[in-house]
Design a protein around this ligand. Structure first.
Ligand code: AMP
Length: 173
């Protein structure tokens, strides 16, 4: 069974979470399956072998962000929601369906010119990943996007096209 099929067997669809009309893709059952966990890490490492750092988006981007960073022996950068990081930050705001949200990184976490892969669990409309790339590009270079899951009908991949860098997703719905 290929990795995409494996993930689709394990990921659980939760209707109407966190609000009515949303079909939430719960990736946490993957954690019960160490072999699949390792295959995901290997897939990301092999797809993006030449990066200088990996930035994971809070919070489900932290799991494989950290695992991949350890294997490639590169820094892991946590991208957090506003107000969570204790030291001076860089920030990037973006529009939500209602209102705005802000992502932050510590100001000193990326050295100028660093090639950074952005990782998150899921690509939906692409708004979060787009803002994360803008944030990284304030000091470094975003060189790719990595996701476990893509909801292709929400056209997030098209949204990210203007960065002209690779977008990888393992399980595409
Ligand atoms: P977007 O900015 O629309 O691409 O949304 C991506 C972010 O929202 C990611 O951090 C996902 O974890 C989360 N997300 C959006 N839709 C879903 C969904 N159907 N299931 C699980 N997470 C989702």
């Amino acid at each position: 069974m290929d990795l995409s099929t494996r993930l689709k067997h394990i990921i659980v669809d939760v209707p109407d979470f966190p609000k009515p009309g949303i079909l939430f893709k719960d990736i946490t059952p993957i954690f019960d399956d160490p072999k699949t966990c390792a295959l995901i890490t290997q897939h990301i490492v092999e797809t993006f072998p030449d990066i200088d750092a990996i930035a994971g988006i809070e919070s489900r981007g932290f799991f494989w962000g950290m695992l991949v960073a350890q294997v490639l022996e590169i820094p892991f950068i946590p991208i957090r929601k506003a107000g969570k990081l204790p030291r001076p930050t860089l920030s990037q705001s973006y529009a939500l369906e209602y209102g705005t949200a802000t992502l932050e990184i510590h100001q000193d976490t990326i050295q100028p010119g660093t090639n950074v892969l952005i990782h998150d669990d899921l690509l939906a409309t692409g708004g979060t990943a787009f803002a994360a790339a803008q944030l990284v590009n304030q000091v470094g270079h975003c060189v790719g996007f990595s996701f476990l899951v893509e909801l292709a009908f929400l056209e997030g991949r098209q949204r990210l096209e203007e960065f002209t860098i690779p977008v990888d997703a393992i399980a595409i719905y």
